[in-house]
Write a protein that binds this ligand. Structure first.
Ligand code: FEO
Length: 385
């Protein structure tokens, strides 16, 4: 396990989680990395660590450059355990090292690891590493209250932690070494499933970093940005502005295909009005992939038949996940078939309303929709959008 040179004297020393497929409900098809960075200067500095089970891998990479006991400063940009999991071990190996974190990190880290030699950085505080400087920028709620970034003006590198990350397990470290389309898709999925609730805080972080001259963005997950820095900042600006495309998602589950027939009728309505609709069965699409689509969708239509007086559990799970990620300003529709009770449609509608979405009048059909009923649904929805 070797360190990877990012710039002269600056190394990637993280861990690669090749087999990670679930990140608290987020399907990580491509695994992930936990990026730690080592700066060799008068004060050797480690920025972030890795998940606990990759501690040895990180130490081996550090050891390919420097004896880990010689680390003088550890910067902990984020308390979440995928980045702080090796902190306790580093503190044991390099007991003289000062751990610099945010004021909320100073509160949160001991609640995870017990007493540590911590110092809280102020927003905008600069420290000298020798020939280089690190400036700390507090970015609370991107993604926890304790998040901060560290900027090195001499190298024009922003160590951005969770912001600008992607869940990709790879030996390649830079965009030009990997498929750019995949990097952007994964960056989008990461934003939709991790960062989405914090758009206002992202705006503030973008504003704070807009005065910096950034040549490299070194996030805490995935690929390092150096050829497309402006592109990913522009996308973050777009995503945090809640800008949508002329796109409609029809998300549903079905028991005897009746709700699916209705979903297709609704799809036809959007197609008629020149939208780009997507038909997403919850039997075949992961909720985290649906969220990626929702990031830029104007409409979200959710369908469920009624089972034992309730919506189907798959639909309920999707709605709970979506509500937590708090997309804003969408237009929505509840639909579904039913046998006798028909409670599911109202239940779906209530969740969509509680998200603050603008609702179209819901559509329901008893048992199996006829051709005529489906045509009427298409007409009704096409008229309403
Ligand atoms: Fe990658 Fe919020 O941790």
């Amino acid at each position: 396990m070797k360190a990877v040179i990012i710039k002269d004297g600056i190394y990637w020393v993280g861990g690669i989680d090749w087999n990670l497929r679930n990140f608290h409900g987020y399907l990580t098809q491509r695994g992930s990395t936990y990026n730690a960075y080592l700066i060799i200067d008068e004060k050797s500095t480690l920025i972030d660590t890795v998940k606990y089970y990759l501690t040895d891998e990180m130490l081996e990479r550090i050891s390919s450059v420097i004896d880990p006991s010689k680390i003088d400063i550890v910067v902990s940009n984020h308390v979440e355990m995928d980045h702080s999991g090796a902190l306790k071990k580093i503190a044991e190996i390099a007991p003289a090292a000062e751990i610099i974190t945010s004021p909320n990190g100073e509160k949160g880290l001991p609640l995870h690891y017990g007493p540590l030699k911590l110092r809280a950085a102020r927003n905008g505080e600069k420290i000298s590493l020798g020939s280089r400087t690190l400036e700390f920028i507090l970015t609370p709620m991107v993604h926890w209250p304790d998040n901060m970034m560290a900027y090195c003006p001499e190298e024009k590198i922003l160590f951005s932690n969770d912001a600008f990350g992607q869940h990709i397990a790879t030996c390649e470290r830079f965009e030009e070494e990997y498929s750019f389309d995949i990097i952007m898709d994964e960056a989008k999925k990461y934003y939709a499933n991790i960062v989405l609730p914090y758009g206002a805080q992202v705006k503030k972080a973008l504003e704070a970093s807009s005065t910096l001259h950034i040549e490299v963005i070194a996030p805490s997950h995935g690929i390092i940005w150096r050829s497309h820095v402006k592109d990913i900042i522009r996308e973050y600006d777009k995503w945090s502005s809640n800008t949508t495309d002329k796109k409609a998602l029809i998300v549903y589950d079905t028991m005897w295909k009746s709700t699916e027939m209705m979903a297709i009728a609704i799809y036809n309505a959007f197609e008629k009005k020149d939208y780009f609709p997507k038909l997403l069965s919850l039997q075949h699409n992961h909720i985290s992939d649906i969220m990626t689509e929702l990031l830029t969708a104007e409409y979200i239509c959710v369908g469920s038949p009624t089972l034992n007086n309730n919506m189907l559990p798959t639909v309920s799970a999707f709605l709970t996940y979506m509500k937590g990620l708090a997309p804003k300003g969408r237009k929505a529709l509840a639909f579904g078939s039913y046998g006798w009770g028909g409670q599911s449609i109202k239940q779906v509608e209530e969740v969509l309303a509680s998200c603050g979405f603008e609702l179209l009048e819901s559509v329901k059909v008893q048992y199996v929709p006829t051709e005529k009923a489906l045509a009427e649904i298409t007409e009704k929805i096409a008229h309403a959008i």
